[in-house]
Ligand binder design. Structure first.
Ligand SMILES: [Zn+2]
Length: 156
């Protein structure tokens, strides 16, 4: 999902989370985490993009996948699982809020991106850091039809 969609999702979830937790701080943490997970796209863009940097352009078009590697560090179920374990052990209510936002972001990306970017043929393990690492973060090894995707982008 594009960052804008996560902002919209946060706006939608802010009140229900507040009603459930009775805490404005928890609701804010939930929503902020839900949006900030996408910050890793910026890191990848700055690190891998060969074109002159333009964050304005980046935020308008999202990740065009024109560079050959993606790390997407925060887009990893492993960190969600580790955070879940931390929450269970510490019972820290603020950690639960962060976990909730993180989980929602990952679940939304996992489902919506597979539908939106179906032509890209994202691997079923795409959202696992270990899988991306094993494949050298090479986009052609973790997505199985980038050429068809790039072709469709050119036709837009
Ligand atoms: Zn995302």
């Amino acid at each position: 999902m594009r960052p804008k969609a996560h902002v919209v999702t946060s706006v939608i979830f802010f009140l229900p989370v507040y009603m459930f937790t009775n805490s404005i701080i928890m609701s804010f943490l939930f929503c902020l985490t839900q949006v900030l997970v996408d910050i890793d796209h910026v890191f990848d863009y700055l690190f891998f993009s060969k074109k002159p940097y333009s964050l304005k352009k980046f935020f308008q078009k999202g990740n065009p996948l024109t560079w050959s590697n993606v790390v997407f560090f925060f887009h990893s179920w492993e960190w969600v699982a580790i955070l879940f374990g931390f929450c269970l052990n510490t019972k820290n209510i603020f950690a639960w809020a962060v976990f909730g936002g993180y989980f929602l972001h990952m679940a939304a990306d996992e489902v919506i991106n597979r539908i939106t970017y179906k032509i890209l043929k994202i691997d079923k393990f795409y959202y696992f850091f270990i899988f991306r690492c094993i494949n050298n973060f090479n986009i052609d090894r973790i997505c199985h039809d980038r050429n068809a995707f790039l072709e469709s982008m050119r036709n837009e």
